[in-house]
Design a protein around this ligand. Structure first.
Ligand code: NAD
Length: 424
């Protein structure tokens, strides 16, 4: 077992418990019956696979991988693939359920899925990662496809991993199938604007949330946890909007500058050294300290469960915008609501990725490329539409934004179930 795995397993159990309790709250809000609740709670399909890997030194290691399709009532299953040492079935189940709600909330015609392989990608060569990816793809091949289930990048995976999945799937079919994954390289039919879409979406709703509290962008401060695919561009776009990003953390440490960090220079430092640690013109702080800074905006964009019962009462931000999936536990959610912190939930805040994944899938299926302006304006329209839907529903029914978002999404999925009926 890798170091940190027990903590990750616990985080997975917590994430699934939280996902189920959010669903239970939405079911109670709508007054749905037990059968409807049970149908919404159950995963449609769950696959656990063994992945034997021949390492570069000739030894063999067996890894475990998962693909969970939570719901496919509104369209093909859709969700990222995570390479992380402690990833387990409960974590993947929770993430798949959140994908179902996210797609329904933003009216993207998909169900929800998620995949994971228990591997630390930093400890493997590129050739090993390619072999793992191709074997994992082969094992889950019977349940994926452009009309079945469409993976995308998540923690520890990137466009290269998507290219290997697309190639493995295409070779097995005997022809090229670009629509089987999203987040592909542009040269293989990826969409312009996809790699920064999640971060763009995070910043669209973050700025809307600041506006709703009357906080001027140019007077606002922010802290961002995570400097990967989501956190890095979120910090960059916030800075471009005039917000001072005063602290950034990654898994190795955190840096702080009260006048605002130079995000472009920080990105260059991370490209050169692999971490934010040691960045000049900033003071080092503890990663946990970042979460408790008195900033206007906190963007957790790393992993689950970082805002929890232990630290929730010390969160001093006025707005939390969840770039990550499940960064706030249920207990912490209640504490933040009681203390008046506005939490923009993950299923709304980080939906930009799946929105542009949908645009990529449409382009792949039509063998046609849209321009960047078209992608970005349609993304902005959907994100701000989602923000208005959720805030209006929350105000009408006196709910938190998370409760409102989940209730709206659950209502749409239930409508699809009812219209399709129960077979046989
Ligand atoms: P990534 O692997 O590209 O980056 C993760 C970042 O988090 C890295 O900088 C890493 O060092 C940091 N990190 C990990 N553990 C940490 C810790 N304990 N404290 C501080 N930093 C830590 O992953 P990503 O794609 O940016 O995903 C981040 C989150 O966003 C995940 O929850 C993911 O599910 C969610 N998300 C991603 C996308 C997407 O399009 N990539 C879309 C929606 C949601």
């Amino acid at each position: 077992m890798t170091a940190g795995a027990p903590a990750a397993a616990e985080a997975g159990v917590q994430a699934l418990t939280d996902a189920h309790s959010q669903l239970a709250e939405a079911v109670a809000f709508h007054g749905y019956d037990e059968g409807t609740h049970a149908t919404l709670a159950a995963s449609r399909r769950e696959l656990t696979v063994s992945i034997p890997l021949r390492r570069d030194d000739g030894s063999v290691e067996v890894l475990t991988g998962y693909r969970v399709q939570h719901n496919i009532s509104r369209g093909p299953a859709k969700g990222g693939l995570r390479y992380s040492p402690g990833v387990g079935l409960d974590e993947v189940r929770a993430l798949a359920m959140w994908m179902t709600w996210k797609c329904a909330l933003l009216d993207v015609p998909y169900g929800g899925a998620k995949g994971g392989v228990a591997i630390d990608p930093r400890l493997h060569s590129r050739a090993e990662l390619e072999r793992v990816t191709r074997r994992y793809t082969t094992e889950i091949l019977p349940i994926i496809g452009p009309q079945h289930d469409i993976p995308a990048p998540d923690i520890g995976t990137d466009e290269n991993v998507m290219a290997w999945i697309m190639d493995t799937y295409s070779v097995s079919k005997g022809h090229t199938v670009p629509g089987v994954v999203t987040g592909k390289p542009l040269s293989l039919g990826g969409s312009l604007g996809r790699s920064s879409a999640t971060s763009r979406g995070v910043v669209h709703v973050a700025l809307a949330a600041l506006d709703s509290l009357g906080i001027e962008h140019r007077a606002a401060t922010a802290a961002v946890q995570g400097f990967g695919k989501v956190g890095r561009d979120a910090a960059r776009f916030l800075q471009q909007a005039g917000v001072a990003v005063v602290a950034v953390a990654d898994q190795y440490g955190a840096v702080h500058a009260s006048g605002g960090l130079d995000i472009e220079a920080l990105a260059r430092h991370v490209d050169e050294t692999g971490s934010v640690v040691g960045f000049g013109n900033a003071e080092p702080i503890e990663g946990d300290e970042l979460l408790e800074l008195a900033v206007d905006l906190l963007v957790p964009a790393a992993v689950e469960g970082v805002i929890n019962a232990q630290n929730a009462s010390r969160i001093a931000a006025r707005v939390v915008v969840e770039g990550a999936n499940g960064p706030t536990t249920r207990e912490a959610d209640r504490v933040l609501a009681d203390s008046g912190v506005l939490v923009v939930p993950d299923i709304l805040a980080n939906a930009g990725g799946v929105i542009v994944s949908y645009f990529e899938w449409v382009q792949s299926n039509q063998s046609f490329r849209w321009g960047l302006d078209e992608v970005e304006s349609r993304l902005a329209e959907r994100m701000l539409g989602g923000w208005h839907d959720v805030t209006r529903f929350a105000t009408q029914h006196d709910l938190t934004l998370r409760a409102a978002a989940t209730a709206l999404a659950v209502q749409r999925v239930t409508e699809a179930h009812r219209q399709r009926g129960l077979y046989p």
